[in-house]
Design a protein around this ligand. Structure first.
Ligand code: PLP
Length: 395
């Protein structure tokens, strides 16, 4: 089949919920992807902040292949080996206490919401507990996750969503306080807003929310699905702030391509929580996915991935800041580590992205006018130089 045939067949049989780029990706090597016509792309999207370790990573591939040959699925009626080691590594990396593995980020959010409601239910015996979420947030597309996603356009056709959700302004502590009632059981936010346009939480805001949660016994849920797993130069973005969540959600780079997510509870959240009968999943925590997670943590340690992000970030920021000074239509840069956004004014972001693709550079957007750079965490300075060159050619 030809490239155009794959695209035609996809468009004929796959529900049209995405406007795909006109290329069929076939294989990857390091920070490069290749399509079915053999064209090479420098990848600064990493499958939306997923493939952190570079494509065709030998250690990762070997471990996943080994697990395929051993055992792929058991169900949660049984123990399995990688679930135990992966859970321990995730708990130790976060200093939190209990892990529940899911199959996606969205499901991690669902679990976090249920855990928060269960905590409040066991505390006061009541129901109808409220959750405060942020405007311009993104937490996923299922009805629960969509209910805490602060985007009218995404929500509108699917109402009514779950009740008891209030939206506050991100980085505005007073607006959060104004939403608090006796019924508030949780505040949920991304530590660095991703889809909404790459907005890091301001330290005073996150500290203020933490303090508010402590005073009122409200659980703080930090969504680290996009910003976690080393992307900001810390294993979890909140570790830079010195503020700890009660519940954390993970996915994307957690399994580096094998579909897996997790919600993680601290001791307090775990003390009044979901028990047998409350929550479950057929696939979640299966040996294939958790072997991937376990291996990802090993490679992070062995290859000093986080140190690498910290070392290269100033160079990435410097090169991006140079673009902002050079081009009038770039108004600012926002972000942390390898999660960066360039704000575009007065011209369509999509045009730049399409041009970049034809120039062999994969970048994506966030919000309505942000060029989003979420490369594999293994990029080198030379990759950044090449990215800048290709991006400038696309302006
Ligand atoms: C991608 C994302 C999700 C949803 O994860 P899926 O794996 O697509 O279900 C939730 N929260 C944030 C911050 C995300 O970036």
């Amino acid at each position: 089949m030809k490239t155009s045939d794959y695209m035609k067949t996809t468009d004929e049989y796959v529900l049209h919920t995405y406007n795909r780029f006109p290329c069929v990706l076939e294989k990857g090597e390091g920070v490069r992807l290749y399509d079915t016509d053999g064209k090479e792309y420098l990848d600064f999207a990493a499958g939306i902040a997923v493939f952190a370790l570079g494509y065709n990573n030998p250690k990762y591939n070997e471990a996943v292949k080994d697990q395929v040959d051993k055992l792929i699925h058991t169900s949660n009626l049984f123990y399995n080996v990688p679930m135990s080691t992966a859970a321990k590594k995730l708990a130790e990396a976060s200093g939190m206490s209990k892990v529940f593995f899911t199959n996606s980020g969205t499901e991690a959010i669902e679990g976090a919401i249920k855990a928060a409601r269960k905590y409040a239910y066991l505390k006061d015996g009541g129901t109808d507990h409220e959750i405060i979420a942020m405007k311009h947030s993104f937490h996923g597309r299922s009805l629960g996750a969509l209910s805490v996603t602060g985007n009218d356009h995404y929500q509108e056709p699917f109402k009514p969503l779950i009740g008891g959700i209030k939206f506050a302004d991100f980085n505005d502590l007073e607006s959060v306080k104004a939403c608090v009632t006796d019924k508030t059981c949780a505040i949920i936010m991304e530590t660095v807003q991703g889809e909404g346009g790459i907005y890091p939480a301001e330290p005073a805001f996150l500290e203020g929310v933490r303090k508010l949660c402590d005073e009122k016994d409200i659980l703080l849920i930090l969504d680290e699905i996009q910003c976690g797993m080393g992307r900001t130069g810390h294993m979890f973005a909140w570790q830079e702030y010195g503020v700890k969540p009660d519940i954390m959600t993970n996915a994307k780079a957690l399994g580096c391509g094998v579909p897996v997510g997790a919600f993680v509870l601290n001791e307090k959240a775990a003390s009044k929580s979901l028990v047998p009968g409350d929550h479950g999943t057929t696939y979640g925590g299966n040996p294939l996915a958790t072997r991937a997670v376990d291996t990802v943590f090993d490679i992070f340690a062995e290859d000093h991935i986080i140190e690498h992000v910290q070392e290269i970030t100033p160079y990435l920021e410097k090169r991006l800041d140079e673009l902002v000074s050079k081009y009038d239509f770039l108004s600012t840069r926002r972000g942390k580590g390898f999660m960066q956004g360039l704000v575009v004014e007065g011209r369509p972001v999509g045009e730049i992205i399409n041009k970049a693709l034809s120039n062999g550079l994969i970048i994506i957007s966030a919000g309505s006018n942000v060029l989003r750079l979420v490369p594999p965490l293994v990029i080198e300075k030379s990759d950044i130089d090449e990215m800048i060159e290709k991006l400038e050619a696309s302006f």
